[in-house]
Design a binder for this molecule. Structure first.
Ligand code: MRU
Length: 346
């Protein structure tokens, strides 16, 4: 299994996703600020992986605290959490993970733990979050695999695989599980401009697992749907509002509309930590804007005139009417989502 992120005595080891597929390198991050930086610059990306990285980063920051004073420790801990909260705005798993670490901290305080014991407890909680994410993905695979066709092509957008999670993947986890139960599935991967998560990451990890994958550019999916080539679409999510509106990588909305037009099921696979029960609709989901150079440059080489206006929203929101089902580790939700998702809220 691909090791996206691992806790070690020396620090947090993460595969550098910016350098894939050309180089497979695993730098070790020994200061929490380096991990916050790695989330920002997308060395680690994908909603659940960002959450796990933040949990481990917070644990690492707390572990480095060298005094015995509880109040100073609590202030330092808050500051670390704030820095992680400021890294990327859209994936709610980040904020979920920060909340989990805060709850662990508060519980340790209530249990009158020493600073040393609290630090240990925070590391344990981060490791639990890591393990639970893999287990959730495997469970999503079990629920989702029967929904996919017995044979044919499944389209995915961006990377919702092992690299985007602690392991196994959400959307790609469902595809892996479908293969494991003998379905004869191959994947079409949208390249996913501008960061190329589809071309660089989805193709890399599927090829590594010997799952047949064909790379297409983002503007080809409608053509292949109309030709009858695509039997189902499955994607991950960065945040799902309580009405089932789904924020995911920019371009997902376009794929979902095309799927509906062509009578192709459009599935979303995401852990319950991606649900945001506080939001009544997807319109309230904050959308991250990223640097214009992601679009105007390829490998550091300019591909557009200088001084032109550029828009680079990293995510879009797919209205719930385009979503056939939402696959979680607690079961599958169908429309109307305002009712069906309720059972999954804590
Ligand atoms: O900008 P990214 O690469 O972090 O965006 C990732 C996505 O949009 C994924 O589809 C989503 O996080 C689900 S990952 C299981």
């Amino acid at each position: 299994m691909i090791k996206t992120i691992e806790w070690t005595d020396a620090g947090v080891v993460m595969i550098d996703q910016k350098r894939l597929p050309n180089e497979e390198v695993y730098p070790c991050f020994s200061h929490y600020r380096e991990i916050a930086g790695a989330i920002k610059d997308m060395t680690v990306r994908g909603a659940p992986a960002i959450g796990v990285a933040a949990a481990m980063g917070i644990a690492l920051g707390a572990k480095a605290f060298e005094q015995e004073d509880h109040e100073v420790f609590a202030n330092e801990f808050e500051q670390i959490c704030r820095e992680f909260a400021a890294t990327r705005p859209t994936a709610v798993n980040l904020f979920w993970a920060i909340d989990q670490m805060k709850l662990a901290f508060e519980q340790a305080f209530r249990d009158r733990m020493s600073v040393a014991e609290t630090k240990k407890r925070l590391v344990e909680r981060a490791l639990e979050i890591h393990r639970a994410d893999i287990a959730a993905n495997e469970q999503m695979g079990k629920y989702g695999a029967p929904l996919l066709p017995d044979s044919g092509v499944v389209l995915t957008h961006c990377n919702a695989g092992a690299l985007a999670t602690a392991g196994y993947g959400t959307a790609l986890g469902v595809i892996r599980a479908a293969k494991e139960i003998g379905k004869n599935i191959e994947v079409y991967a949208d390249e996913t401009r501008p960061f190329l998560q589809g071309a660089r990451l989805t193709c890399w990890e599927l090829a590594k697992d010997n799952i047949g994958v064909t790379l297409i550019t983002d503007n080809m999916s409608g053509h292949f749907m109309k030709m009858g080539r695509i039997k189902a679409v499955i994607v991950g999510a960065d945040r799902i509002a309580s009405n089932g509106d789904v924020a995911n990588k920019i371009g997902t909305y376009m794929v979902a509309v095309l799927a509906k037009e062509n009578n192709i099921p459009f599935y979303v696979a995401a852990p319950v930590s991606t649900l945001d029960p506080k939001l009544s609709s997807g319109e309230q989901i904050p959308i991250e804007d990223r640097a214009s150079t992601e679009i105007t440059e390829i490998n550091g080489r300019r591909v557009a005139p200088v001084d032109i206006a550029v828009a680079n929203p990293a995510f879009d929101v797919t209205p719930n009417k385009y979503v056939t089902a939402i696959i979680t580790e607690r079961g599958v939700a169908y429309p109307p989502y305002t009712e069906s998702l309720k059972q999954f809220f804590d």
